[in-house]
Ligand binder design. Structure first.
Ligand SMILES: NC(=O)c1ccc[n+]([C@@H]2O[C@H](COP(=O)([O-])OP(=O)(O)OC[C@H]3O[C@@H](n4cnc5c(N)ncnc54)[C@H](OP(=O)(O)O)[C@@H]3O)[C@@H](O)[C@H]2O)c1
Length: 288
């Protein structure tokens, strides 16, 4: 049995599956995507994280959400146990240099459309958890969050979350969404500790903190030496250093959730074992 925690009213696994690498650029194709999602569901994972914007720029939109729908439709396990979270407010494009980017679009009327499109792509009447992906600086944050609230009020989403937020933005969202706000999804990992303030604030408020790119993500190069202590602890336990990283993040509090990504079954199956790893005082002294 995998480690379960309460994410708002949902009883789900503390380790979720971040779908993004399966459908953005450099993915390994549709069939590997389905195989990878089925592998994690079969292993007991009950939380999938996707987004309207998880597609390759210039190609079909919303392929991440569509892949999740297909994976669940073709899976023979208990689908109603699976928490599916998605996000609206970003799109994909290439910049002038041909680099893939994530343009922001937080206009309320667009968010209302994106939310309904997400529900359609996921094949549900009501999305379990819908996040505002990232603040669009051209739109006052409260206006975007009012649109998210409208989507909840209309039953397009059951609960709301916010992502990539500061404490100030989180307070704006709390003021508008009240107890419909259940989760904050911010980047957090040994190479990105800047969000410690929101992590602590969520613990105080009783909100779930969902770490994105918990293993450092795909934005190499970063300072690999930050993972050295995790490699040492991993060698002692005979596990991958990625499992140690995830176990260390989950130990930050009962409100912590991690959503590692993967391009293939092997890596997500390894990551899902992190909930069983028991780190001791000596390990924590080394890891901080
Ligand atoms: N809210 C936001 O703005 C935001 C932004 C970024 C990401 N996210 C979410 O966070 C999720 C995770 O982020 P991410 O995919 O960028 O990064 P990540 O989880 O930090 O890292 C994924 C990479 O780690 C490797 N990996 C995973 N588990 C491993 C293991 N046990 N052993 C060895 N390698 C392992 C994968 O390798 P392989 O490639 O070999 O499988 C993959 O390349 C995304 O899928 C998405 O759902 C949200």
């Amino acid at each position: 049995m995998m480690l379960h925690r309460n994410l708002g009213p949902f009883d789900t696994t503390a380790i979720g599956h971040g779908e993004m690498p399966l459908t953005i650029e450099n993915n390994r194709g549709h069939d590997v995507g389905i195989e990878t999602l089925h592998a994690s569901l079969d292993a007991g994972c009950r939380h999938i994280d996707t987004a309207w914007a998880y597609y390759t720029p210039g190609e079909e939109e919303q392929t991440g959400e569509k892949l999740v729908r297909e994976a669940l439709d073709t899976w023979h396990g208990p689908k109603d146990e699976v928490l599916v979270a998605t996000k609206i407010g970003l799109r994909r494009a290439y910049d002038d240099a041909g680099k893939p980017i994530w343009p922001r679009d937080g206009k309320p009327e667009h968010l209302l459309r994106y939310g309904k499109e997400s529900a359609m792509a996921l094949g549900v009447d009501t999305i379990d958890l819908l996040y505002m992906h990232r603040h669009d600086p051209e739109v006052p944050y409260n206006e975007s969050i009012e649109a998210l609230k409208q989507l909840v009020d209309e039953g397009v989403a059951q609960y709301a979350g916010v992502s990539n937020v500061t404490i100030e933005q989180l307070d704006i969202a709390r003021g508008i969404l009240g107890d419909k706000l259940i989760a904050v999804q911010n980047q957090y990992s040994p190479i990105h500790l800047d969000t410690q303030d929101t992590l602590d604030y969520c613990a105080k408020l009783g909100l779930a903190f969902v770490c994105w790119s918990p293993l450092g993500g795909y934005r190499h190069p970063y300072d690999e030496t930050k993972f050295d202590p995790f490699r040492e602890v991993a060698a002692k336990h005979g596990v991958s250093y990625q499992q140690v990283v995830l176990a260390w993040e989950l130990a930050k509090g009962d409100h912590m959730f991690v959503i590692p990504g993967a391009h293939r079954p092997e890596t997500i199956l390894d990551s899902l074992k992190a909930g069983e790893l028991q780190l001791d005082d000596e390990d924590f002294a080394k890891l901080g």
